[in-house]
Design a protein around this ligand. Structure first.
Ligand SMILES: [Zn+2]
Length: 276
């Protein structure tokens, strides 16, 4: 599942490649990918529109046209955008193709086919119909301050990792990989009750979350499984992971074997020596 940094990388990639581009024609190969309206309506509403802005809220992308229409996109497990020339061989599982005025195609491919697109008349319409998620602040948003974080953690007795993963509680946009990595960097065990994390630790965790998220956005997202960014390149943050996916390997700091448990229904990795 792409996480916030990957989706942000996709957003930036799209921003660079499709802003100002007019949609000449749309082809939908898999009707179920279009969520809230008919394929026919999706096409007629959008053909002739011009991409004007690419927004993101948590893991949702919103492709806004010049007249204000909003295409909502959730990549889910394996959705990806590619901007390619029409003569480039069409990747397998390409479900939606936008022919662009500049001669290229915006292609949406999705191996597992859980990704969805919706169309809304404008931003307000998308909000009213629940397409724009109402979530806790993101790590890089200005509402997410160290004092906010420390105070909010006091409200929850559940394990810190579960609180980090819950998009509506304290912070949004942290998925499994970044939760494990941030907890490692701050020396906190994933199963510690959130309200028992002290002031010093919460400050450490706060800075670790911001660092992990911004480093990975800079690196272009993690290259786990099916993720590709808008240009079709793999990100390379996976090379810098400390605990995630390191089951049976030794901690790079203390050489203790990394432990793997299930927590909040998710595979969880930690170092029993470095994290207390
Ligand atoms: Zn260690």
């Amino acid at each position: 599942m792409p996480e916030l940094p990957e989706v942000e990388t996709v957003r930036k990639g799209l921003e660079q490649s499709i802003i100002g581009q007019k949609i000449v024609k749309i082809k939908v190969n898999r009707a179920k990918t279009i969520d809230n309206i008919s394929v026919e309506k999706f096409k007629t509403e959008l053909e002739g529109e011009e991409f004007n802005e690419i927004k993101r809220k948590a893991k949702y992308l919103f492709l806004e046209t010049k007249s204000g229409k909003i295409i909502s996109v959730h990549l889910k497990m394996s959705g990806a955008f590619l901007v390619q020339k029409p003569e480039t061989e069409l990747p397998k599982h390409t479900h939606v193709i936008f022919d662009l005025h500049g001669g290229k195609q915006l292609r949406f491919k999705d191996l597992r086919a859980f990704g969805r697109m919706g169309l809304y008349n404008n931003w307000q319409d998308a909000c009213d119909k629940g397409a724009v998620p109402d979530l806790a602040p993101e790590p890089l948003e200005k509402e997410f301050t160290v004092s906010y974080f420390e105070k909010e953690l006091k409200n929850f007795t559940s394990p810190i990792k579960a609180v980090l993963l819950d998009q509506k509680k304290v912070v949004s946009g942290i998925g499994n990989i970044y939760a494990d990595e941030s907890l490692f960097l701050s020396g906190i065990r994933p199963n510690r009750p959130a309200n028992q994390i002290n002031k010093k630790e919460s400050a450490k965790l706060y800075h670790a979350i911001k660092k992990v998220i911004s480093d990975s956005i800079e690196a272009g997202g993690t290259s786990i499984r099916d993720y590709v960014n808008a240009e079709g390149n793999l990100g390379d943050y996976a090379l810098q992971l400390w605990v995630y996916g390191q089951k049976k390997k030794n901690c790079k700091i203390c050489n203790t074997p990394i432990e793997y448990i299930r927590l909040a229904q998710r595979g969880t990795h930690f170092c029993p020596q470095c994290q207390v």
